[in-house]
Design a protein around this ligand. Structure first.
Ligand code: FAD
Length: 473
């Protein structure tokens, strides 16, 4: 226990997990409390790294692994006076005596630390379904820098030519793009009938066409039954090379397709890491994440939780959701730190604002989609489809954006929007996202004052007067 110069005890803030949520909590806590002792524990070798950049490191867009490190433990110490202990797994939290148990993964040391405030930001683990062959070499998930090192080493050693990506969500599509960039022939197996579940299926169609144009073998409405070692004897499967039967693995799908692969990427979603929380008696919510209130407090005093491990309220549907996105994790970290330090702050919920690159396309979404609204019992819904150019047609190079807007016809409130296109997509969705956060209506979009010059947009912008103008449902 450290003491300050006056002999009073310093508040001890311990944080489990040092990436998006944990690092934000630590930095914000230091800004709000110069005296607190802040210690971050992470079982990995890195903290504050850019997991969002990992697919692009695999694809050599980010060439130097060091560029993925946003802040090192040394920087935390020098800049913020925050102690970071990597390769240190927190194995137990004991709320009765406000301690945690730590296992040093390098030296095997086990020790106990006392806390005044404990913040959990352990993230979410990639789902590995218990399918036959799931533990075969060559089947990878993407969560950490060491994961990507293993993938890169495998690609090089095997001179891989074919990959099968399981899951057509954001991470699956980013991995597919980056593996294709390296020259691999890529197949995607997706159980749903469309890629990118946050989109309504008709909005996903241009993305699927684009994937096909890029040579990706998209298997929608199918899922994996088993993985086997060896080659595809019957010559069915992914790409032109399939008949050669040289794949290290064969992915057999429920429909009976046999896809040869030198490498398999599992990207079927993540599950909140809740073992520590459950063990400590914290309540979980209906979706299996750690239950928290609007201050990110858990059900147990002096323990907060943030990030992918928690479930929070969806601002549009009011339904509890687990939403693994970096922005909410960072915001929640700041809210938790404020509450730990006795400052005001309230998490307003999530609305699922997300963006993803898929080869030459950008896909972005905010708010609820139609399926989410149906599940939440919201029936008062109208929709607008627009296909404007990303800037005025008379200026060279205008590219179409496909936009779908959902709103409540009874009062005009915006419920969600999705967009796909080559240029200007994220900007439009960000505008609508902010309108939603401010409780805006389609009439507000019609009145929105957005920047304009011919090469950037239109005087009647797609995300403003165009979409908020006269409406169809
Ligand atoms: P994490 O960032 O996962 O950090 C949790 C940390 O806790 C880990 O380092 C883990 O080792 C540590 N930990 C867990 N348990 C313990 C324990 N018991 N003891 C000690 N340490 C422990 N989001 C976006 O918004 N945009 C994107 O483009 C995007 N791309 C992504 C791409 C990939 C490949 C991945 C994997 C994620 C991506 N995300 C993206 C999601 C985003 O990275 C997460 O939502 C965010 O990192 C969650 O932050 P977190 O702090 O909750 O968890």
């Amino acid at each position: 226990m450290l003491s300050d110069m006056k002999g009073t005890q310093r508040k001890r803030i311990l944080i489990v997990g040092g990436v998006a949520g944990g690092a934000s909590t630590a930095a914000r806590a230091r800004r709000l409390d110069e005296d607190a002792e802040i210690v971050v524990f992470d079982r990995g070798a890195h903290v504050s790294f850019a997991n969002c950049g990992l697919p692009y490191f695999v694809g050599d867009v980010i060439e130097d692994e060091r560029d993925l490190i946003v802040a090192t433990p040394e920087r935390f110490r020098r800049r913020f006076d925050i102690e970071v202990r990597t390769r240190s797994e927190v194995t137990r939290a004991n709320p009765e005596d406000k301690t945690i148990e730590v296992h040093g993964l390098d030296d095997g040391r086990r020790y106990t630390e006392r806390y005044d405030a404990l913040v959990l930001s352990p993230g979410a683990a990639p789902i590995r379904p218990p399918l036959p062959g799931i533990d075969l070499p060559g089947i990878f998930s993407v969560r950490t820098i060491p994961d990507t090192r293993r993938i890169k080493a495998w690609l090089a050693q095997r001179q891989a030519r074919r990959a099968v990506v399981i899951g057509g969500g954001f991470i699956g599509l980013e991995m597919a793009e980056n593996l294709a960039r390296l020259g691999l022939q890529v197949a995607i197996v997706e159980r749903a009938d469309a890629v990118l579940p946050p989109l309504d299926p008709e909005v996903a169609v241009p993305v699927q066409w684009h994937l096909a144009d890029k040579g990706v073998d998209l298997r929608l409405g199918d899922s994996v039954a088993r993985f086997d070692e060896g080659t595809d004897g019957d010559g069915q499967g992914a790409g032109q090379g399939a008949k050669e039967g040289t794949g290290a693995l064969v992915v057999t799908t429920v429909s009976g397709a046999r896809l040869p692969a030198d490498l398999v990427i599992l990207a079927i979603g993540v599950r909140p890491e809740t073992a520590l929380a459950v063990d400590a008696g914290l309540d979980l919510g209906p979706r299996g994440g750690i239950a928290v209130d609007e201050h990110m407090r858990t059900s147990v005093p002096d323990i907060w939780a943030v990030g992918d491990a928690v479930e929070v309220c969806h601002a549009i549907t009011g339904v509890e959701v687990v939403l693994p996105l970096a922005g909410p994790a960072n915001r929640q970290g700041r809210i938790a730190a404020a509450d730990v330090c006795g400052r005001p702050g309230r998490f307003r919920g999530v609305q699922g604002t997300a963006v993803c690159g898929v080869f030459d396309l950008t896909v972005a979404t905010t708010g609820a989609n139609e399926a989410g609204l149906r599940r939440a019992g919201v029936t008062d819904v109208a929709r607008v489809y627009l296909h404007p150019g990303h800037h005025v047609g008379y200026f060279p190079g205008a590219r179409p954006i496909h936009i779908k807007l959902l709103f409540r016809p009874s009062d005009g409130h915006i419920l969600g929007a999705q967009a796909v296109g080559e240029e200007g997509v994220a900007r439009r969705i960000d505008v609508i996202s902010m309108a939603i956060q401010m409780g805006g209506t389609v009439a507000d979009l019609a009145e929105a004052e957005l920047c304009y010059a011919p090469q950037f947009g239109a005087a009647k912008d797609p995300a403003g007067p165009q979409i908020g103008g006269p409406r169809r449902s």
